[in-house]
Design a protein around this ligand. Sequence first.
Ligand SMILES: [Zn+2]
Length: 73
Amino acid sequence: MNDAPGITPKSTITCPECGHRSTDVMPTDACQFFYDCKGCGAVLRPLQGDCCVYCSYGDVKCPPIQAGAGCQD
Ligand SMILES: [Zn+2]
C-alpha cells in the first residue's frame, strides 16, 4: 500500500473509559474494529455509524476516510 499525499497515518486515540491517550500508526488497507486501551485495558469498538475505532476515538480519521473513499467492510 502506498501512502497517498495528504494522508496522516497516525492517530491519537483517547480512551472514553479512562482518558488514556495513545498515538498509533493506523493500517492503511484495513479498518481497525477493536482496540485495547493501553491504560485500562478496555476494549473499544467503533461508535454506531463509524467504520473503525480511529474514526470514533482518534483525533485523525482512518486513511480510507481521509482519502474520501469511505470504508468498506
Ligand atoms: Zn482506557
